[in-house]
Design a binder for this molecule. Structure first.
Ligand SMILES: CCCCCCCCC/C=C/C(=O)SCCNC(=O)CCNC(=O)[C@H](O)C(C)(C)COP(=O)(O)OP(=O)(O)OC[C@H]1O[C@@H](n2cnc3c(N)ncnc32)[C@H](O)[C@@H]1OP(=O)(O)O
Ligand SMILES: NC(=O)C1=CN([C@@H]2O[C@H](COP(=O)(O)OP(=O)(O)OC[C@H]3O[C@@H](n4cnc5c(N)ncnc54)[C@H](OP(=O)(O)O)[C@@H]3O)[C@@H](O)[C@H]2O)C=CC1
Length: 273
């Protein structure tokens, strides 16, 4: 990724202590960016920092700032900590999320709030805080939000997450227009089923559930988090300099295949099944 302009730039990655967020943080670190990882569990964040330091061959490229994105004051403090340490910001990855599978009308108000607060409100607080910093710097920058294809097609069992991700997509499109004059771009990436411990526990905890999800993917496999990181760095970086308000789907054909073929009905999926 050298040559894409990441060297010396600073990015905040929420949920950077695990899964896709860690993969994006590591890819940014490998591209010589400085990375601030935020999440609720300090130990997971410190592990990501250690991995980035190890790759760089020296400490100091990354910073862990324990943060609950549901708390706007904590989010403001995160941006302050990042700029105190690295002098400026260049972008944000809204990756933190919570999810569980439950019938929509049986979710308690607190369960609804837990997911919507992390995904939608947290993404807004982080975007607001980082964009204000970018406006103050007068530098422009880039915001990427990790959503999911059910933001537009919906999915039974995940009404809270689907509604929140749809909100993040609408936020992205709205602020892409508002902030374009400041040189701030906002885009989304929509991964398909991706091999992470968090999603595995929340969404496909049994072999049967996992097989059901896999059967919906025409590419007949889960994504590796590094594949999502590759697409994310493209959207964050200068190669996407005229691209804003967009969503890039990286799902092995899942959401198209769902409508056109039915579950696992492609010849390739049958052959591997
Ligand atoms: C289908 C395949 C598609 C496959 C399609 C593939 C595309 C997937 C796209 C998206 C993938 C992802 O987002 S994967 C990301 C997964 N990662 C995570 O979820 C990690 C973070 N998760 C969390 O922190 C937790 O799971 C979460 C509940 C969201 C928040 O934790 P908190 O500690 O803040 O909250 P808690 O106190 O535990 O719970 C708050 C309320 O939620 C309720 N609650 C918690 N779990 C519940 C559950 N399983 N069923 C009902 N209700 C539940 C509790 O009872 C509480 O309500 P009361 O009892 O009323 O008080
Ligand atoms: N894996 C998949 O199949 C797919 C994932 N996605 C999206 O990708 C992103 C990453 O998911 P994935 O890596 O799979 O799962 P993870 O569970 O590994 O990632 C979620 C991260 O969010 C952090 N987080 C949760 N709540 C908060 C909070 N309140 N404040 C700050 N951080 C928080 C978690 O850390 P901690 O608990 O320590 O706070 C964790 O690091 C999410 O946005 C998810 O919706 C989209 C489509 C498919």
């Amino acid at each position: 990724m050298n040559g894409s302009g990441f060297a010396g730039r600073t990015y905040v990655v929420t949920g950077g202590g695990s899964g896709i967020g860690r993969a994006i943080a590591l890819a940014l670190g490998a591209a010589d960016a400085r990375v601030v990882v935020a999440g609720r569990t300090p130990q997971k964040l410190e592990e990501t920092v250690a991995l980035i330091d190890q790759e760089a061959g020296h400490a100091g490229r990354a910073l862990a700032v324990p943060t609950d994105v549901r708390d706007p004051a904590a989010v403001d403090a995160l941006v302050t900590a990042a700029t105190d340490r690295f002098g400026r910001l260049d972008g944000l990855v809204n990756n933190a999320a919570g999810n569980f599978v439950a019938p929509g009308i049986d979710i308690s108000p607190n369960g609804w709030r837990a997911v919507v607060d992390i995904v939608l409100n947290g993404s807004y607080y982080c975007t607001r805080a980082v964009a204000r910093q970018l406006r103050e710097q007068g530098t422009g920058g880039s915001v990427l939000s990790v959503i999911a294809t059910y933001a537009w097609h919906g999915h039974p069992g995940t009404v809270h997450s689907a509604a929140a991700k749809a909100g993040v997509l609408a936020m992205t499109r709205t602020l892409a227009v508002e902030l374009a004059p400041l040189g701030i771009r906002l885009n989304c990436v929509a991964p398909g089923p991706t091999e992470t411990a968090g999603a595995g526990a929340a969404l496909w905890a049994t072999d049967e559930a996992r097989a059901e999800v896999l059967a919906t993917v025409p590419a007949a496999r889960f994504a590796d988090p590094a594949e999502i990181a590759d697409a994310s760095l493209f959207l964050l970086g200068d190669r996407a300099s005229y691209l804003t308000g967009e969503c890039l789907t990286v799902d092995g054909g899942q959401w198209l295949g769902k409508q056109v073929y039915g579950r696992g009905a492609t010849p390739a999926a049958r052959g591997r099944g």
